[in-house]
Design a protein around this ligand. Structure first.
Ligand SMILES: Cc1ncc(COP(=O)(O)O)c(C=O)c1O
Length: 363
């Protein structure tokens, strides 16, 4: 059996370490020093990426953030939209190139002919890097702030050779569930250039005791559920969800005063220094529901997709008032996306490809 969910990216050893590791104040200091040096700026640690993005927008735009228009990849995560709206700004969706899942410099330039944007978020969707050279040129001409979102792309380089995260006015990271750096929750913001001197609040509060318990337990619970899925695993997953011990991955809201725990900072630094990699391979399919069912019949549980709609997860899509006629490519990609885990053996890969081909043809 293979999964995309239930902390599939954790071995038992990693899950046990995640449960038991201790951290100290010096771990946060070491992490911020590493980020300051690597990304040439001043860094702050948060509990989730949406908080880091909300603070970035407020810091870069000041009072003008109210009502400001922000360019956002039209294929994105609900948390990004949530952060923009939380600070009183407006999302302007930029349609994507179906091969890179990112908006192009040309789309940005065309949008700027019609409306004025204050900032743009470069997302490097699913680890596919943006055309930063083109985007930067357009942004400079239009005096547009660039925020780099490294949730999927930490450690990569743009085609022009620059490391991701070293171009924008601000760079933020999510170390949330399933990300290349995964401590279940946690995030960072690096303010760069003149903004590195900005006086901003340093969050010190920890999240609730219940969230902290959930963060510690998720990988080990996920491991147990995966290993026993055909016997007690499935009812165990149901029970953990019912009592609130397991939650959907995009739950939560921007909380700029809340930070990650010391032990999370320690794990984040270790993982950052260990060449992080994305744990999913994107693949576009026809008849996705039929494909998912056929895969599950053979023990491949790939239901948790990044991303299963243009603004994901699908259960929140209707909340954002998305007009699919304006950004049709992103909408279509959201309807057809499937992810494969990166730990399939050669035999499993062949089997998965065969199942996908048959199911997408047959339905
Ligand atoms: C590309 C991207 N940016 C930002 C976020 C927000 O991160 P968080 O869930 O830590 O708030 C996510 C979340 O999944 C994401 O996928």
């Amino acid at each position: 059996m293979k999964f995309l969910s239930y902390a599939y990216n954790f071995t038992f050893r990693q899950a046990w370490r995640h449960l038991t590791i201790r951290g100290r104040e010096c771990d946060r200091i070491a992490l911020t020093q590493y980020l300051d040096q690597t990304y040439a700026g001043k860094s702050y640690l948060y509990y989730n990426g949406r908080s880091a993005l909300a603070v970035a927008l407020k810091t870069l735009l000041g009072a003008k953030v109210q009502g400001a228009k922000i360019g956002v990849n039209a294929y994105t995560c609900y948390a990004v939209v949530q952060a923009v709206q939380e600070v009183g700004a407006q999302v302007v969706y930029l349609d994507i190139d179906p091969k890179t899942y990112n908006f192009t410099a040309q789309t940005l330039a065309q949008t700027l002919k019609k409306q004025r944007l204050a900032a743009v978020i470069v997302q490097n969707t699913l680890g596919v890097v943006s055309d930063i050279t083109g985007v930067e040129k357009v942004a400079k001409l239009a005096k547009l702030k660039i925020i780099e979102d490294l949730a999927h792309s930490v450690g990569l380089r743009y085609k022009d050779g620059r490391p991701v995260g070293t171009v924008g006015d601000a760079t933020f990271f999510s170390f949330g569930r399933g990300k290349p750096v995964d401590t279940e929750h946690g995030a960072a913001l690096v303010l760069r250039g003149d903004y590195a001197q900005a006086k901003i609040y340093v969050p010190t509060k920890l999240t609730s005791r219940q969230n902290r318990r959930r963060d510690r337990l998720y990988p080990i619970l996920g491991w147990k559920i995966r290993k026993t899925y055909r016997t007690i695993g499935r009812p165990l997953a149901w029970f953990c969800k019912a009592i609130g011990l397991l939650r959907g991955s995009v739950e939560g809201k921007p909380e700029p005063f809340v930070t990650m725990a010391n032990w999370q900072a320690r794990l984040v630094l270790e993982q950052l220094q260990n060449k992080p990699k994305l744990t999913r391979l994107p693949l576009l399919v026809k008849n996705r529901d039929a494909v998912l069912k056929a895969l599950a019949k053979h023990g491949y549980y790939f239901y948790e997709i990044w991303w299963d709609s243009a603004v994901s997860p699908r259960r929140l899509f209707s909340k954002v008032g998305y007009d699919q006629t304006k950004t049709p490519i992103a909408y279509q990609v959201g309807e057809r996306m499937l992810n494969l885990p990166t730990n399939l053996t050669a035999r499993e890969k062949r089997e998965v490809v065969k199942i996908i081909k048959e199911a997408s043809r047959g339905a």
